[in-house]
Design a protein around this ligand. Sequence first.
Ligand SMILES: NC(=O)c1ccc[n+]([C@@H]2O[C@H](COP(=O)([O-])OP(=O)(O)OC[C@H]3O[C@@H](n4cnc5c(N)ncnc54)[C@H](O)[C@@H]3O)[C@@H](O)[C@H]2O)c1
Length: 379
Amino acid sequence: MTSPAPATRTFRVGIAGCGAISRNHLESFKALDNVQLVGVCDVDADRARATAVAWDIPNALTSVDELLALDVDIISVCTPHPTHEEVVLKAAAAGVNVLCEKPIATRLESAERMVAACEEAGVQLGVLFQRRFWPASQKIREAIDDGTLGRAIMAQCSVMLHRAPDYYNRDAWRGTWDSDGGGVLMSQAVHQIDLLQWYLGDVAEVYGKVNTYLHGDYIEVEDSATAVITFTAGAMATLEASTAVSPNLGIQLRITGETGASASLTEFPEGSDGRLDLWAVGERIVVEPVHPEGVEPNVDLSAINGQLIPFHKLQVQDFVQSLESGTEPAITGKDALKSLRILLAVYESSRTGQPVRFAPVDPAHQAIPGLRDREKVAG
Ligand SMILES: NC(=O)c1ccc[n+]([C@@H]2O[C@H](COP(=O)([O-])OP(=O)(O)OC[C@H]3O[C@@H](n4cnc5c(N)ncnc54)[C@H](O)[C@@H]3O)[C@@H](O)[C@H]2O)c1
């Protein structure tokens, strides 16, 4: 006699916001056997209807309240970031787990309220940073943990992107301090700031400048930024970010560990998977070609989002698995607070001309012994 297969739970899922990024969530949830997409909502009724029809979802609604009333277990928040707090607080009050798009919110207090509400309600809050799911990103994290890189001591992060005026003009919420909350740091470089803090740890100090070089006729937020970030574990990082670049020069994160080994992670064209294109492991240097012939640098937004789908899938899968196993998802609301705090500090530093201090550098790491010194100690 064969024993019956263990009953797996089916999760009822609703999607809030049927704009550009919702396709990534829809495809990701559709791919899972233990998920039932029960409804979508959008303040634009036509959009909600078209999405429900295209994805064969039974309920097309115009409010988050109606979506939550469908007795969902998970709500995916794909609405503009100024609305994330309202949606997440409603979900928490209804006892519904939340997977929220980045940035978690535009204000620190909003993000803190979201984290607190989900904690109090006993629901999970995951935040989308799908670039952490690139194999190359994971390999760098492993190399830090297994001692190949060891503790990261330096990083340089360059996020040099192209956005056409249409990107800012197509939606009223984009490009203002009040609604968008920021420019290239808030909407694009937040991904790489998340990677930086994941690799380098807690931040000690942020010094930065922001400016609006190209898009100033139609946005008030920054299109360009630069920052120097120091970390409590003694590491230093530089960050430069812009959407005023053409052609798109892509995204690169270079990182050096205390062993002296380095890695260079490149995303070009934007939206492609991050690749380790230069990777020193001991005496071996691995060089991987990342720029295939004839690649289109100024890729349009739907193509960028489309290429991110495999990594949205991995994070959505992780979120659902975390609910099944009763563990935390890989990237929580608390994690997302960190990148928000760092990028807001760049704005504050740019405004005041002063560095923003979070915490002292750990005295144990104020002076990192040189390689020769360490070799002497090691005998
Ligand atoms: N992870 C990524 O790489 C990635 C990429 C793109 C966008 N995003 C994030 O996803 C979010 C949405 O971005 P987008 O590009 O899809 O925006 P969008 O403007 O294309 O879509 C947002 C949709 O939400 C709807 N909406 C607005 N307020 C609503 C509300 N209160 N309730 C229900 N629906 C509402 C709008 O009508 C619109 O259809 C943003 O926070 C953005 O930062 C993440």
